[in-house]
Design a binder for this molecule. Structure first.
Ligand SMILES: [Zn+2]
Length: 239
């Protein structure tokens, strides 16, 4: 049973991978067949098996032998693990859990590919809340408002003190939307934990690359998704 759920996770992961890349390239992400981004050869079922195709073809396109990004494999494995965790820690029939994981990963990957939090995906998260009702409407509204006020304040202070955006407006909207799925204290945790992890990664990267300043833009939504998934999966309550 867990194996079957892992396979479903990997299949959805492979679809999400394609969607995020197509959103970044501003292509139609629902229709259109999969093709090799290098030689544009259409891919057949054998090339599209999640995880196995990558291992089987040793990470190379069957047609042009150009190497395929390891990201496909990593995302598919992450999805398989996430889905198994939902089944194991929650319930195997926890559809809303699978939905929540998929959307958090999708927002993270789109931000990673295009440095943008896709508002359409946030809208799907809002619709999903009303379909699944993970907590009461009162609590959801309270968490959403506290998320919005809190992270908008952080955004404002960052802009005022450093004259730079410490987090994008898209990240503020994303955190506020996630409020629908959490309690007010959890949404505080999600944000703070993302800042701590992102800070750690930036400092680690600066030490490794021996630079004392980072000028590159860093997508923040992957850190938010990471905290949100941990908080959801392990039902973290900290206050
Ligand atoms: Zn190819």
């Amino acid at each position: 049973m867990l194996f079957a759920i892992g396979v479903i996770g990997a299949v959805i992961g492979s679809f999400v991978n394609v969607v995020s890349l197509r959103v970044a390239k501003r292509e139609d992400f629902i229709h259109g067949r999969s093709y090799c981004p290098h030689c544009h050869h259409r891919l057949c079922a054998l090339d599209l098996l999640p995880i196995f195709s990558y291992l089987f073809l040793r990470g190379k396109c069957r047609w042009c032998k150009h190497s395929i990004s390891i990201r496909y494999l990593l995302v598919e494995i992450t999805f398989a693990i996430l889905f198994v965790l939902v089944a194991f820690l929650k319930q195997p029939m926890e559809v809303r859990g699978y939905f929540f994981c998929t959307m958090c990963m999708l927002v993270a990957l789109i931000d990673f590919d295009s440095f943008e939090v896709d508002l359409r995906m946030l809208l799907i998260l809002v619709i999903g809340y009303f379909c699944f009702r993970m907590n009461s409407v009162e609590e959801a509204m309270l968490s959403m408002m506290s998320g919005l006020v809190l992270y908008f304040t952080v955004y404002g202070i960052g802009k005022w003190v450093w004259k730079e955006e410490v987090l994008g407006m898209g990240d503020v909207y994303y955190l506020a939307t996630l409020g629908l799925y959490f309690s007010p204290s959890q949404i505080l945790f999600v944000g703070l934990f993302s800042f701590v992890v992102a800070g750690g990664v930036v400092i680690g990267w600066m030490m490794l690359s021996k630079r004392n300043k980072v000028h590159e833009k860093i997508p923040f939504a992957p850190f938010i998704s990471n905290s949100a998934l941990l908080t959801y999966l392990f039902s973290i309550q900290w206050i």
